[in-house]
Design a protein around this ligand. Structure first.
Ligand code: GDG
Length: 531
């Protein structure tokens, strides 16, 4: 049972020394021997506290988010307009924040029915069931989308920044589309912001040039940028033919944010190497041509309470039963993996680890199942098509190798699931495998924890995710080693229940406290200090 809803029993107060900083009171709860910071619990951010803070912080300023992906997409199905929520970590994380904050979200209108529901400036109120903010869609031509999104952003920057042994493709024509689309978005934002006071919050690697463009067009706006993927070592970034333009563009920001400190330090090292700028390591700022860009880290998270609530629903319980039958799952030894089918997520490595696990522990043959949800994404990029083939082939081979009667170890799910289904799988699983070769944060790890109401799950987590810095009670693995991951699977299945519970309990405390509202609130607080 979740500790928040459980009777805490007799809690014992305890003074804990905290370095030079003095003392803080901790509550030692009888539950699973865990200790919980009393003040942290009291201070936990919620949607409501964020809303209050926003009102104080923003006052008369417009709050604008810019991203490539839109949080809601309209398509035609059976000649009717239907709305979907795309599977993207970024939009899923930011939507609850925008619902609390209000304001304007500017994004590429990618759905074929998108123009049907917008006004003549591309705007629509969302979410449809309870409008809370404005989504402004920018229309792109096929060539622009091909060059800027598939070409430059996902064919060049994505592999470059993840350093995942895929050679980035640098095409001059893609770069030109990238510049063009950054310009289009600058125009779309400026059209709404003008010379109003505003906070503009840009999302991700699609917008290397936008910050400077906005600074020039919206003189009273403060501009912050969240780079959701890693920033590589300067030696790696150096191969980018347009590195100087990108760095100058990004130094238009007042604040540039990463998930973890390491990525920010890589960025500062890169600037030192490439530009005549002053980097101040004391204050973590870069001064370029008289303008200061603060470099900060804020680990993104999930809406813990909302996931917990949904995961506890009757629909989820019903789905759990259904999945058990449909996938013929064994009573206990069930694992789950959920990813966009992306080569940075280490899906083939994970499948090889399952193969190794069954080689080492044949006693599990017939009494084990691993459900892998891998939604195809970016299939216009060749590397992604190859990856999908590799995943299908590996699953077929492993299932063939171990199949006995109608039993197979791996259950592939290659379509987009609804949240109910997703949470049912998280709850069914004894363990979850997150084996990214490189990942800015990884929200699946945090969702698995938030949905784990019964505290019966074990998280196996790659050391190369941002999440591994916070979720230290997970079983941390190097995904490049099949043997190490296989060993962690075995440990997850054989660990005694008390330890499983204690580890998951601690993980839940961390994600509950460092939830998506805290992420947003910390950023807003820093934004306010920008003036
Ligand atoms: C980037 C960074 C960073 C997946 N399949 C389904 C589905 N999903 C949802 C998951 C999760 C999200 O997609 C993926 O989250 P990640 O964190 O792995 O994100 P990326 O898309 O790689 O995004 C990453 C993130 O930005 C945020 O900053 O954490 O490091 O790479 O929420 O649940 N959701 C549904 N059905 C699916 O089939 N409903």
């Amino acid at each position: 049972m979740d500790s928040k809803s459980s009777p805490a029993g007799r809690a014992r107060g305890e003074l804990v020394r905290r370095g030079q900083a003095g003392y803080t009171i901790r509550l030692r709860l009888p539950h699973a021997g865990s200790s919980v910071s009393f003040f942290n619990r009291l201070m936990a951010q919620t949607r409501d506290t964020l809303r209050e803070q926003v009102q104080r912080t923003l006052r008369n300023r417009l709050f604008v988010v810019v991203s490539n992906r839109e949080p809601y997409i309209h398509i035609y199905r059976d000649r009717k307009i239907q709305m979907l929520r795309p599977a993207s970590g970024l939009t899923i994380a930011l939507d609850p924040v925008m619902r609390a904050v209000g304001g304007l979200w500017v994004a590429h209108g990618a759905g074929e029915a998108d123009p049907e529901v917008t006004d003549d400036r591309g705007r629509v109120q969302v979410p449809p069931e309870k409008p809370a903010y404005t989504l402004k869609r920018v229309w792109l031509t096929k060539e622009q989308e091909e060059g800027y999104y598939y070409g430059l952003a996902n064919g060049a920057f994505w592999p470059l920044c993840h350093n995942a042994f895929r050679r980035p493709v640098f095409r001059q024509s893609d770069w030109e589309r990238y510049r063009e689309v950054n310009g289009l978005f600058a125009q779309a934002v400026a059209e709404e912001v003008g010379d109003q006071k505003a906070f503009i919050f840009i999302q991700d690697y699609h917008w290397g040039l936008l910050p400077r463009m906005l600074k020039e067009r919206c003189p009273r706006a403060k501009v912050a940028h969240f780079w959701h993927i890693p920033w590589p070592h300067p030696e790696v970034f150096r191969i980018c033919p347009w590195r100087i333009d990108i760095l100058k563009g990004m130094l238009g920001n007042d604040m540039l944010c990463f998930h973890i400190r390491h990525h920010g330090l890589n960025f500062m090292d890169t600037v030192e190497r490439e530009l005549e700028a002053r980097t101040d390591r004391e204050t973590n700022a870069i001064i370029y041509r008289g303008h200061a860009t603060k470099i900060r880290n804020f680990p993104i998270s999930v809406d813990f309470e909302a996931i917990q609530e949904e995961a506890a629903s009757r629909e989820v319980a019903r789905k759990m039963k259904e999945f058990r039958q449909q996938f013929r799952l064994p009573p206990r030894n069930v694992g789950v993996g959920v990813d966009r089918a992306d080569y940075t997520k280490g899906i083939p490595d994970r499948l090889r680890a399952i193969d190794r696990f069954l080689e080492l522990h044949p006693e599990y043959i017939g009494d084990f199942a691993f459900v892998q949800v891998a939604v195809p994404s970016r299939v216009r990029v060749e590397e992604y098509r190859k990856l999908n083939e590799e995943i299908d082939t590996l699953i077929e081979e492993i299932n063939w190798k171990y199949r006995s009667g109608s039993w197979k170890p791996i259950v592939p799910v290659r379509e987009h699931l609804g949240r109910t289904e997703l949470f049912a799988l998280y709850r069914l699983a004894r363990f979850s495998l997150v084996t990214s070769l490189q990942d800015g944060m990884n929200l699946v790890a945090k969702e698995f924890v938030a949905a784990n109401l019964d505290e019966k799950g074990v998280l196996v987590l790659s050391e190369f995710t941002g999440a591994a810095r916070e979720l230290t009670q997970a079983l941390i693995v190097n995904p490049y080693s099949a043997d190490q991951t296989a060993e962690a699977i075995h440990r997850a299945l054989t660990m005694d229940d008390k330890q499983v519970r204690a580890r998951m309990h601690r993980l839940r405390e961390i994600v509950r406290e460092r939830n998506i509202y805290k992420w947003a609130s910390d950023i807003l607080r820093k934004l306010r200090r920008l003036g």
